[in-house]
Design a binder for this molecule. Sequence first.
Ligand code: NAI
Length: 286
Amino acid sequence: RGKRAFIAGIADDNGYGWAIAKSLAAAGAEILVGTWVPALNIFESSLRRGKFDESRVLPDGSLMEITKVYPMDAIFDGPEDVPEDIKTNKRYAGSSNWTVKELVESVKQDFGSIDILVHSLANGPEVAKPLLETSRFGYLAAISASSYSFISLLQNFVPIMNPGGATISLTYIAAERTIPGYGGGMSSAKAALESDTRVLAFEAGRKHNIRVNTISAGPLRSRAAKAIGFIDMMIEYSETNAPLLKELSAEEVGNAAAFLASPLASAITGTVLYVDNGLNAMAVST
Ligand code: NAI
């Protein structure tokens, strides 16, 4: 049997999640997707209407198939956590079972188990504010959506993950070195995600033989990155200063994720893997 992957955090064909799904599909995996509830309708209708068909093409010419799209909101663990205004919000009321526990229960009922879990989501409501001006609310919201969401997904998926399985999240160099503009506690959230990668690698490794790694990706013009506002500058900086002077494609991150999820990486866990044209190795601009 081929492997089954659940990729959390796809809402269009521009982000890392989509590229990872494609690389996993090209390697023979079955693809399940988790899409943020407010983005679900447009994602599903665009898929149906063929808007993504061009970017669904795999190296062998076939189209990536997404077996099922699940609505999700990774800041809520169970229905008891959902506040009234969200429950009654039009965009949420049309979907059901989108808290993490309910989502995993649905996947279990539909498919029984998964082999690969990908976390490709982040959110920081105050990302445009310097850390020095970030509110407690904004900081905790960034950590909740961008870091704890991975713990929650892993916690709930582990019982239905086959031993030997692999998990991957996406991080950013701002966790380790200051990137002005990556504010609102997003740098803190990525630092937490990287540290959690090491601790969860130990815990999930010992208990369930599951590997936990994170990819520190270079800049990509995704929807989330455009919302931050400095992505063109970061791309240009990378293309001027990285050891490899080429555009970084989402596919290159997808391929690294497919490697990390495969038996080729069977001894790799607890690591931060840079997929950034080598920019992390530089200390000066050139
Ligand atoms: P993206 O916009 O394609 O993906 C982010 C996804 O998170 C979106 O689909 C959004 O709907 C989803 N999301 C937000 N809040 C959510 C919630 N509460 N529950 C469920 N889903 C939620 O953008 P991108 O950039 O591909 O982001 C994927 C990952 O890559 C993120 O972790 C990001 O921090 C990371 N990354 C991105 C870089 C870039 O330059 N684009 C660089 C390094 C890391």
